[in-house]
Design a protein around this ligand. Structure first.
Ligand code: FES
Length: 110
């Protein structure tokens, strides 16, 4: 299969904070939050909460769920699904790949 996505290099896995498990980056003008989960997997979603003006990179991760720092709504990091109130609208999930210790995010839909 041909890789037709437009990949953007955003940093190394080690740049994701070991304290928070998150890193805010910008991809094609959009704020994106990178996550490193307990199993070592890396994921990317839109950084802005769908409920309000909060950066999910400042939130808290537990069991693959990101809790928004503003009103404590939660999203599934792998799917973007809103899993607790007050969040109802899913957040965008971005495709990622890692090559030669560099994380690439695609601004296009998976
Ligand atoms: Fe995120 Fe309200 S801004 S839960």
């Amino acid at each position: 299969m041909t890789d037709t996505l437009n990949w953007v290099a955003v940093g190394a896995p080690a740049e994701i904070s070991p304290d928070t498990g998150t890193l805010r980056v910008v991809v094609e003008g959009e704020a994106v939050c990178l996550y490193k989960l307990e199993d070592g997997s890396i994921h990317a979603t839109q950084d802005r909460c769908s409920h309000g003006n909060a950066s999910l990179a400042e939130g808290y991760i537990e069991d693959g769920i990101i809790e928004c720092p503003l009103h404590q709504g939660c999203f599934d990091i792998r799917t973007g699904e809103a899993v607790s109130a007050p969040c109802k609208v899913p957040i965008r999930v971005y495709p990622i790949k890692i090559e030669n210790d560099v994380i690439y995010v695609s601004g296009e839909s998976a």
